[in-house]
Design a protein around this ligand. Structure first.
Ligand code: GLU
Length: 424
């Protein structure tokens, strides 16, 4: 049987092809030196590891894990770690490339990295996930560190996972190193507001987009796909901002109510282990149907590849706020652009997470912690600054929002590479 990293995962291959096509498109528009563009098409380094875990039934299962550094010109590698059955070398590389553009677009001094383990945590016990995390951390130990590469949460990883990574790293070096990961609980050196930052940052942009469209948030309708760290905070923040949230979903399915969902109560229900589709009084819908509900704001905050050329013609929203990484395929992008949808592209839309990760790393490095007001103020400032820069380039060059965001990120990285020169 072929190993999982021998290109068996077609979704991952599609993602990587799209990421490289995006780069090629932006490089063409920027008139980028082909020698620089060529270097950016490849990851700097990629590590494939085997993560053997003794499962609760006594068997030892070998999972494949990855950590990819796409580019570290602007600073240490930065990017999440995901645990999912779709994880592959190609997917991890595409996500690392997007992290490079994202950090550069936000003007934060990090390069792009990503990691993951191919596994299904929904079928694993807490003890098994802890064993997997600690072994994976020791396998990628050589790549990570506060000045080298700083992991963070991504799909199916959270504050607990980050605590185990930080502990494993710290045990290896013999002293506590909070700055090796971000997205930790506050009590072990995490930052206030980090958990909420991705959803909050996305909503800062949605409100800025509504402002630009001269639309009042009150009376607007929203649909949010995903009720994890990003989706739940997005839904709650929109709801608190008087937007009528008419659809939400989690991995098990969706919930719809044209009169508006009680998002606060639903978040409590999910926190207690409930499913959104089982909340009393809602109409259950599938994750596919959810995306096609007519609404003003559609926020895909779950997996990649959700909006494709098949369903894009049926999507009816004014603003597409991408909380996930890569939720819209290239072909779907074109269809939505033709329809005049206002797209908040992923590398901008979900950048609140890595921006607050930057704050966490700065606080860990300085051993001086900020209050929540300071964090949310700085977050909003950086989100809106990037939004304005993207919109200015859209107006100047008449390119799509996504292309403008990519062009800003790619040009900053390539400018730095040009100054630093090719080694040796
Ligand atoms: N996983 C998140 C992302 O894709 C956060 C990364 C980070 O904070 O380093 O942006």
């Amino acid at each position: 049987m072929p190993f999982p990293y021998w290109g068996e995962n077609h979704e991952g291959q599609d993602m990587l092809r799209e990421a490289v096509e995006q780069l090629d498109g932006a490089a063409g528009l920027l008139g980028l030196d082909p020698n620089l563009a060529e270097r950016l098409r490849y990851p700097k380094r990629a590590l494939v590891v085997t993560v053997p875990v003794r499962m609760d039934d006594g068997r030892v299962v070998c999972h494949t894990g990855y950590r990819v550094h796409h580019n570290i010109t602007l600073g240490p590698g930065k990017g999440g770690i995901r645990y999912a059955p779709t994880v592959s070398l190609e997917e991890t590389t595409a996500l690392a490339m997007w992290m490079t553009w994202k950090c550069a677009l936000m003007n934060i001094p990090f390069g792009g990295a990503k990691g993951g383990v191919c596994c299904d945590t929904l079928k694993m016990s807490r003890r098994e996930i802890q064993a997997l995390t600690r072994r994976y951390t020791s396998e990628i130990f050589m790549l990570i560190g506060p000045e080298k590469d700083i992991p963070a949460p991504d799909m199916y990883t959270n504050e607990q996972t980050m605590s185990w990574i930080m502990d494993t790293y710290s045990m290896q070096v013999g002293y506590t190193v909070p700055g090796v990961v971000t997205g930790k609980p506050v009590v072990v050196g995490g930052s206030l507001g980090r958990r909420e930052a991705t959803g909050l940052g996305l909503c800062n942009l949605v409100f800025a987009a509504l402002d630009r469209l001269e639309a009042d948030p009150r009376g607007m309708t929203a649909v949010v796909q995903g009720f994890g760290n990003v989706g739940s905070v997005t839904a709650l923040t929109l709801w608190q901002g008087k937007v009528k949230v008419i659809g939400v979903s989690d991995v098990y399915g969706g919930a719809y109510d044209p009169a508006g969902l009680p998002v606060g109560a639903m978040a409590l229900h999910v926190a207690k282990g409930g499913k959104v589709s089982e909340f009393p009084g809602v109409t259950p819908v599938s994750n596919r149907e959810l995306l096609e509900i007519p609404c003003d704001i559609l926020a895909p905050c779950a997996a990649a590849g959700q909006i494709t050329k098949e369903n894009a013609p049926r999507i009816r929203c004014r603003i597409l706020a991408e909380g996930a990484n890569g939720p819209t395929t290239l072909e779907a992008d074109g269809i939505l652009a033709e329809k005049g949808v206002f797209i908040i592209p992923d590398i901008l839309g979900n950048a609140g997470g890595v921006t607050a990760s930057y704050f966490e790393w700065v606080q860990d490095t300085q051993k001086f912690f900020w209050d929540i007001g300071e964090i949310n103020r700085q977050l909003e400032r950086i989100m809106l600054q990037a939004f304005r820069q993207v919109m200015a380039l859209v107006d100047e060059r008449k390119v799509s929002h996504r292309m403008a965001a990519l062009m800003i990120g790619i040009s900053r990285v390539s400018d730095a590479m040009r100054f630093r020169g090719l080694y040796p």
